[in-house]
Write a protein that binds this ligand. Structure first.
Ligand code: ADP
Ligand code: ASP
Ligand code: MG
Length: 428
């Protein structure tokens, strides 16, 4: 008998019928002799709808209240699911994140888990019940206020609970069969990956593949906890996210053949680009720019500095950040304009970040050549470039993102024979 944490995303519990369907699945796992802990997201697009509602009430609501509002979505799902399970003759008890011991810092909207004390979940398990935990939320250690972990954060609740409880596996149930070589909504002939390493999944998630929350992958890697991403609409085996060592063991056993060179391509349309024009070319200027942004809590992704024109002694610094941080970023730079002495700020939200990820890039020459040739052949202009050992990312115009991803997918031989199944969801 094992212990499994199962997380059901919003599209898997979008209405009463799906709540009942998922309840049956949970009870089946429980009756097979497993301890089961369930983590739920809000039903369907509830979180987006609550955000829309908040915006109608106030253009910039207090972050404490916004978190209180959003966590209501998961509370609805947890109670309904517990009712449906009880209807099937098993005992289920629902818990908010706070009751389940998800202790966070007080960064509303992007809180970090600092401790997990799942005493009540253990008790429920020991008494043979099925605990149902509201995902995406916790309670701040210092202020005792209710917090949220950031969009998509229920994945992280599930992995954190699985690690704290010593579960054998964390199953993430969603509306596609697993992790694919591209978003199947963008590339219909995306190929399902059977295994992917933590390292590659981190790069895919950081590049914008929203199938798993970035922090849940960081957490799983830290605790060496296997994640199984699969569909709640089928019984097919999904994708295992695991360590290099576990992957090597499966290759040795003949379970899988070989790790592919490229695991996938991703388009991220959520970034914006800021150019600081006419920055004096002297030591300390970049430090001043990025300190101002860091003090404002802005995450920077790519950075490019042009060669300065000898005649002016000035240069341009361009970087990308999340679109949601654009206003704050420009305000914080404007505030130090006098000290830095730059000439202008240009912003651009019509960009896409296109990435190619694969552990095999390390040892296979020619990946960059194929990458840039494919983009050139598709008529895609590259504005910025950044790389890691196992990733190449470029910034392009937003309107060519789909063409770019499809061109790369084909150029690297990733197209599958048939089309991937999308079982539900709006992709919102
Ligand atoms: P859930 O509601 O279950 O949390 P999400 O919408 O957060 O679901 O994540 C699942 C979606 O992620 C899929 O429907 C798919 O459109 C998208 N996605 C993006 N990139 C990938 C990828 N590489 N593999 C699989 N799905 C992906
Ligand atoms: N309901 C939250 C969201 O939509 C959390 C999650 O689904 O993981 O972002
Ligand atoms: Mg999700």
């Amino acid at each position: 008998m094992g212990l499994v944490v199962q997380k059901y995303g919003g599209s898997s519990i979008a209405d009463a019928a799906s709540v009942r369907r998922v309840a049956a699945r949970i009870v089946e796992t429980h009756r097979a002799g497993n301890g089961v802990v369930v983590v739920v997201s809000a039903m369907g697009d509830t979180t987006d709808e609550l955000l829309d509602l908040a915006e109608q009430v106030s253009p910039s609501p207090p972050v404490r209240e916004l978190d209180m509002l959003l966590t209501a979505g998961e509370r609805i799902s947890m109670a309904l699911l517990a009712m449906a399970i009880s209807d099937l003759g098993a005992e289920a008890r629902s818990y908010t994140g706070s009751q389940a011991g998800l202790i966070t810092d007080s960064a509303h909207g992007a809180a970090r888990i600092i401790d997990v004390t799942p005493g009540r979940i253990r008790e429920a398990l020991d008494s043979g019940a099925i605990p149902i935990v509201a995902g995406f939320q916790g309670v701040a250690q210092d202020t005792k206020d209710i917090t949220t972990l950031g969009r998509g954060g229920s994945d992280t609740t599930a992995v954190a609970l699985a690690a704290a409880l010593g579960a054998d596996v964390c199953e993430i149930y969603t509306d596609v069969d697993g992790v694919f070589s591209a978003d199947p909504r963008v590339v219909p002939r995306a190929r399902q990956l059977h295994v992917v390493t933590y390292e590659e999944m981190l790069e895919l998630a950081a590049a914008g593949a929203k199938v798993l929350h970035l922090r849940c992958v960081e957490y799983a890697r830290r605790f060496d906890l296997p994640i199984h991403v699969r569909s709640s609409f089928s019984n097919r085996e999904g994708t295992f996210v695991l360590s290099d060592e576990a992957l090597a063991a499966r290759i040795d056993q003949g379970d899988i053949m070989e790790q592919p060179i490229i695991s996938g391509t991703v388009a991220d349309l959520n970034d914006a680009k800021i150019t600081v024009v006419g920055v004096p070319d002297r030591p300390g200027e970049a430090a001043a720019i990025f300190t101002a942004l860091a003090d404002a809590g802005i995450n920077i992704d790519m950075i490019v500095q042009n060669v300065s024109a000898a005649s002016t002694g000035r240069t341009d610094v361009t970087f990308t950040c999340p679109q949601g941080s654009l206003v704050k970023a420009t305000e914080s730079l404007d505030a130090v304009r006098g000290v830095i002495g730059f000439e202008d700020l240009l912003t651009d939200a019509e960009i896409a970040k296109i990435s190619l990820v694969g552990a095999g890039m390390r040892s296979n020459p020619g990946v960059s050549a194929t990458f840039f040739k494919a983009l050139a052949d598709a008529g895609v202009n590259v504005e910025m470039i950044s790389t890691s050992e196992i990733r190449i990312s470029v910034v392009t115009r937003a309107d060519v993102a789909t063409d770019a991803v499809r061109a790369l997918h084909t150029a690297f031989g990733l197209d599958a024979d048939g089309e991937a199944v999308i079982y539900a969801g709006t992709g919102r």
